[in-house]
Design a protein around this ligand. Structure first.
Ligand code: 5GP
Ligand code: ZN
Length: 161
């Protein structure tokens, strides 16, 4: 899907207020990613199809840090039906290709599963984290919130198929 579909843009409240567990009023209870899917919360959406969505992480490790999720709620990969898993991989593949073409051929993909593995949002998601050969972003003690200008620029680069 095209760049038009990332509207509504991430509002300032989305950046500072949304993080780490802010929640829904309906739908899957207390799931911030279900809120994004349902358009109850804003996000910088880069790609969307019938069963998946990809959007920018609000606390990016690096420029272009993306999250790729199934629209169907499930805490972990093994909680969602096989068809949704396959759709998720297809969407991940599309995002990786765009990152390779437009940002960098270097990136990390991760899928944290369970609190002890660092999962904070209990809706399954792949991280795609571009790497630019600058330091080790995973060693940083804090991550700056995504800003609107940065987000707008990255989405403009990545939203077209
Ligand atoms: P986890 O640790 O669960 O694998 O990663 C969750 C990720 O979701 C984190 O990198 C965090 O910055 C991101 N995140 C948390 N809340 C929101 C939100 O409301 N919107 C967006 N776009 N990302 C979020
Ligand atoms: Zn959810």
């Amino acid at each position: 899907m095209g760049a038009g579909q990332f509207a509504p843009s991430l509002k300032s409240g989305g950046v500072s207020g949304a993080g780490m567990g802010s929640s829904a009023t309906s739908g899957e209870a207390k799931c911030v990613f279900c809120d994004i899917v349902a358009r109850r919360s804003p996000a910088w959406i880069v790609n969307e199809d019938e069963s998946t969505m990809a959007f920018l992480d609000i606390f990016p490790f690096t420029r272009g840090h993306l999250l790729v999720i199934p629209k169907r709620h499930g805490a972990r990969l093994t909680d969602i039906p096989f068809d949704d898993q396959m759709a998720l991989i297809r969407s991940l593949d599309e995002i990786c290709r765009r990152v390779e073409r437009r940002l960098t051929p270097h990136y990390n993909i991760s899928l944290n599963t369970g609190a002890n593995a660092g999962q904070i949002v209990m809706h399954v998601h792949f991280h795609v984290i571009p790497r630019y050969g600058v330091g080790n972003p995973f060693r940083a003690t804090s991550r700056a919130p995504l800003t609107d200008p940065d987000a707008r620029a990255v989405v403009a680069e990545l939203a077209a198929p």
